[in-house]
Design a protein around this ligand. Structure first.
Ligand code: DGL
Length: 270
C-alpha cells in the first residue's frame, strides 16, 4: 500500500503549484496528476457540475489504487470536499482548512482572499477561518479571467497586470495584512501580484500548509513510500500540448504529460 500513488487533481495546470510543494516535501512518493483541461474553468461551474467532475476523477483515482488524493484545486476544495471526503477508504486533502488554521493566528486583523467566483460564492475561506477565529475580517475577491491567462501562457502581459491591479486594489484599500492566493493558478502570477502589493511576504500560498498536512497524515498512518525513488505521471483531459506549454514554466517535469480521454473518466460515474 505505501508505494501506491498519490492522486493530485485540478482543472488544469494550477495544481502543479501544489504538486511542486508535495514533491519538495515528499520526493519519494509516486504521483498521478490529473488536469481537467476539457472542463476548465471550474470557477465558473455550478455546484452540481463540480460535484460530478470531482466524483468522476475520484473514482478514476480509486481504480488506480491511490493511497491518498489531494484536491489541488481551491474551487473543488471549497465546493465539494465536505460532501465527498468520507466516501473513500483513503485520505482526501483540501486546501482550505490547513490554510485557515494558519491564517487564523497571524498578526493581521484583515485578510484578503483572491479566488475563483465559485470559491468566493461558497465563502469557504471565511467560514473555515471564523470557526477558529471569529474576529478576523476576511475580504474575498472573485477574479474571473486570471485562470484563462495562466492556461494560455499569458501571464507576462499588460492584460494580466491590468486584471491583477483591478482585483488587488480593493484589498490594499482595505489595508489587509495578508492575501491568500486562493486559486492554485495564481502562484503563476505571484510576481505581478507582488509588484502590485509591493510586498511579496504578504502573499500566502495554501500549497505549503496542505503539504504539511499530507506529510503529517502519511507519517502517522505509516503510509510513506519506503522505496528510494518516486515517480510522476501527468494526464490532461484535452489539449495536452497547451497544458505542457503552460505548465512547464512552473514545473519543467511536465514534459511527459499523457492525454487521457475525458470519457474514460466520466464513464465511471454513469
Ligand atoms: N485552480 C483551481 C482553483 O484553485 C480552479 C481554477 C478554475 O478552473 O477556475 O480554484
Amino acid at each position: 500500500m505505501s508505494n501506491n500513488p498519490i492522486g493530485v487533481f485540478d482543472s488544469g495546470v494550477g495544481g502543479l503549484t501544489v504538486l511542486k510543494e508535495l514533491v519538495n516535501l515528499l520526493p519519494n512518493e509516486n504521483y498521478l496528476y490529473f488536469g481537467d483541461t476539457a472542463r476548465i474553468p471550474y470557477g465558473e461551474k455550478t455546484q452540481e457540475q463540480l460535484f460530478c467532475y470531482a466524483r468522476g476523477i475520484m473514482e478514476w483515482f480509486k481504480s488506480r489504487n491511490v493511497k491518498a488524493v489531494v484536491m489541488a484545486c481551491n474551487t473543488s476544495s471549497a465546493v465539494v470536499y465536505d460532501t465527498i471526503k468520507n466516501d473513500y477508504n483513503f485520505p482526501v486533502f483540501s486546501l482550505i482548512e490547513p490554510t485557515a488554521e494558519y491564517i487564523s493566528y497571524v498578526n493581521s486583523p484583515k485578510i484578503g482572499v483572491l479566488a475563483t467566483s465559485a470559491t468566493v460564492n461558497s465563502r469557504a475561506y471565511s467560514k473555515a477561518v471564523h470557526k477558529i477565529n471569529p474576529s478576523k475580517e476576511i475580504i474575498e475577491v472573485a477574479c474571473p479571467g486570471l485562470v484563462e491567462l495562466v492556461e494560455n501562457n499569458k501571464t507576462d502581459t499588460y492584460e494580466a497586470k491590468k486584471l491583477v491591479i483591478k482585483y488587488v486594489a480593493p484589498l490594499l484599500e482595505k489595508r489587509v495584512g495578508h492575501i491568500i492566493l486562493g486559486c492554485t493558478h495564481y502562484p503563476y502570477l505571484s510576481n505581478i501580484i507582488a509588484d502590485v502589493t509591493n510586498d511579496k511576504e504578504m502573499l500566502v500560498n495554501p500549497a505549503k500548509f496542505l503539504g504539511e498536512k499530507v506529510v503529517e497524515s502519511l507519517l502517522s498512518n505509516d503510509l510513506l513510500n519506503a522505496e528510494a525513488l518516486g515517480s510522476r505521471q501527468y494526464f490532461a483531459s484535452s489539449n495536452t500540448a497547451m497544458f505542457v506549454e503552460a505548465g512547464k514554466r512552473f514545473y519543467p517535469d511536465i514534459e511527459q504529460a499523457q492525454e487521457l480521454v475525458i470519457g474514460e473518466v466520466s464513464s465511471i460515474i454513469k
